[in-house]
Design a protein around this ligand. Structure first.
Ligand code: ADP
Ligand code: MG
Length: 139
C-alpha cells in the first residue's frame, strides 16, 4: 500500500555533502520525494518536532544538533514507505547498523546519525504536517 513518511537529512549529513547520495538511495528503493526543502530549524522548532523525547537525557543536545545548520526535510511516498525508509536508514546507532544502510555509511555516532525517518503512521502524519502544508506536497 502506498504511504508517506517524513525523512530528514540531518545537519551532519548536509555538512558532509552526502545529500545527493542519500536522495539517490531513496529513489533507487522506490521512495519518491513528493515534497522537499532545505531549512534551518530554530531550537524551539526542533524541540517541538522531538517533543516525544523531551524527558530523555539527550533531548537538549539533540535539539541543539538539529538546529546547528541546514537540514533537508522531505516527504517520501511509496509502498510501505515508513518501514522501507527505516530499513534504508539502519539502526539508530551507526555502529549497530547493517552494512549497506545510510547510517552505516554516513553516521558518526548514536546522536550524529545522518537521517531521520518516521516510525509509525501516526508519527508520519504529525511529522509531515509539522513541516509541510498540503499545497507543498505533490503526488
Ligand atoms: P531514531 O532516529 O532511530 O528513531 P530515536 O527516536 O530513539 O531514534 O531518537 C531520536 C534521535 O535522538 C536519534 O536519531 C539520535 O539523533 C538521537 N539519539 C537517540 N538516542 C540517543 C542517545 N542515547 N544519545 C544521544 N542521542 C541519541
Ligand atoms: Mg525515532
Amino acid at each position: 500500500m502506498s504511504e508517506r513518511t517524513l525523512a530528514i537529512i540531518k545537519p551532519d549529513a548536509v555538512k558532509k555533502n552526502v545529500v545527493g547520495d542519500i536522495i539517490n538511495r531513496y529513489e533507487q528503493a522506490g521512495l519518491k520525494p513528493v515534497a522537499i526543502k532545505l531549512i534551518q530549524m530554530s531550537q524551539s522548532v526542533a524541540e517541538g518536532f522531538y517533543a516525544v523525547h523531551k524527558a530523555r537525557p539527550f533531548f537538549g543536545s539533540l535539539c541543539s544538533f538539529m538546529s546547528s545548520g541546514p537540514a533537508v526535510v522531505l516527504v517520501l511516498q511509496g509502498d510501505n514507505a515508513i518501514k522501507k525508509n527505516r530499513e534504508l536508514m539502519g539502526a539508530t546507532d551507526p555502529a549497530k547498523a547493517d552494512a549497506g544502510t545510510i547510517r552505516k555509511a554516513h553516521g558518526a555516532n548514536i546522536e550524529f546519525n545522518a537521517v531521520h525517518g518516521s516510525d509509525s503512521p501516526e508519527t508520519a502524519q504529525f511529522e509531515i504536517g509539522y513541516f509541510f502544508p498540503g499545497m507543498e506536497i505533490f503526488s
